[in-house]
Every structure is written in structure tokens, then in C-alpha cells.
Ligand binder design. Sequence first.
Ligand SMILES: [Zn+2]
Ligand SMILES: [Zn+2]
Length: 89
Amino acid sequence: MYQLTTQMLAGRVCAYGGEDLETETAVDLGEAHDADGVLIFPRACHPCAAKAAKAARVAHADDCAPCRDKRTLCEIGAAFSRIERTGRQ
Ligand SMILES: [Zn+2]
Ligand SMILES: [Zn+2]
């Protein structure tokens, strides 16, 4: 796990690439807790989120029969796939 800056943890810049974020285009990565138990709100820009979602979906599909056949994505695969599509808009 790489080190996130305070700005990344607060969702002010992209958690992957460190780009500045616009509230309208930022992808919410959900609440999480950092190593000290502090609640954080990481966010990412669309290109980075889409890239990360694709990598996660491909890795997930190795262990998931429905997701290996792209037409029958499971709930997890579908969620990744949704983020991928958002990134292309
Ligand atoms: Zn980014
Ligand atoms: Zn799956």
C-alpha cells in the first residue's frame, strides 16, 4: 500500500494520480479508515477510477466464473464495470 497524502485522504485530490478534483466529476471511493482509525473520504478522477476499476475487475474475474463470461457479470463485476463506463464519459 502506497502512502496517501493528507489531501488525497480528504478527497481534495485524486487518490491515484494526485490530480486536482472537480466536485462534479470526482468519483467517490467510499468512506474508509486510515491506519490510525481516522475516517477518510478518498476520491478519484474519472480516468484513474476507470483504470483501477478495470484492473480490479480483471483480477476478480480470475476467481469468478460469471465474470469470466462478460455477459453474466456478478454484482461485484457489474459494480466495477459501472465505474469503468463512468470514466469514459
Ligand atoms: Zn486521477
Ligand atoms: Zn464476479
